[in-house]
Design a protein around this ligand. Sequence first.
Ligand code: SF4
Length: 348
Amino acid sequence: MKKHTTFSIQVGEVNIGGGYPISIQSMTNTKTRDVEKTLCQIGELHKAGCDLVRVALPSKEDVCFFEKIVKYSPIPVIADIHFDFTLAIDAISAGANKIRINPGNIGSNDKLEKIVKKAKDNGVPIRVGINSGSIEKKLLKQYGGPTTEALVESAVNNVELIKNMGYDNVVVSLKASDVKTTINAYRYFSKKLNNPLHLGVTEAGTFLKGSIKNAIGIGSLLADGIGDTIRVSLTGPPVDEIKVGKLILQSLGLKDGINVISCPTCSRTTIDVQELAQRVEEEFGGLNKNLTIAVMGCSVNGPGEAREADIGIAGGNDKALIFRNGKVIKSVKEIDLLKTLLEEINNG
Ligand code: SF4
């Protein structure tokens, strides 16, 4: 895949765009004023592999709590701001590493300019977050709804507006809940401007449906070489967004990780492939190491089908086979399978 060239911005210690590794984001869903719970959730996200976290700043009363969250967060914090431009200014004063705004709901260019000045004075990047649900009325009327063209025109207009205010430290997202509209909008935008791109499909739904929509949307764009940071949007625990985000990147070879391949099973299956594959994923899913592990149901096709695997297992008649690089190295009783496989994986 040829990477779409973007310039880079820096958010705390994390670089976005310009060929830096693709970062993974999530957003807390605790009350911002509950600092302890929010920091606990951020800690969990960080442990799971989250690089950046977004926290909503809904009111003036939340600013002091937000400040504490930024101070103690192990990863850069992005303030999510809607409607009230003074909250964006407060967030930057409170130490936000980036702010996310939708200029369309900030109210006026004067207000936007005040945000931009504050961001510029403090070197804080802005994400222009265009969503299909909040495109300017004028564009909705012109294009007959939140179409690809409306999303892109809104994003380009707002980026140019901020640029004309003397600031270019801007990352862009163009999210729709419709997967095809999202893909087309990012593709179209990437032909026009080279700002770093934050990818996501908004309001994608609950775990299974949302994961599929995000994998298709984000995955298609990444396969095109488009995208610098991702947020998988799911209704559920934010940590699931990180797990799915990592798998999307790993599936495209954009992040190190364990690749467990397992056969779909059939009438030849002699071992519990599902149980074994799940256990291997649970034990080793968090390892940041490139290793392909195969779990195959029979010795007829198992080792051969998993030739690319570094290590694997295949069901046999009374014993199962452990293999490396497609060659059988051990034969073990079914009862010892998991233990032996785990030992072999640990031995590299
Ligand atoms: Fe069936 Fe064996 Fe193929 Fe698994 S590896 S699907 S058990 S033939």
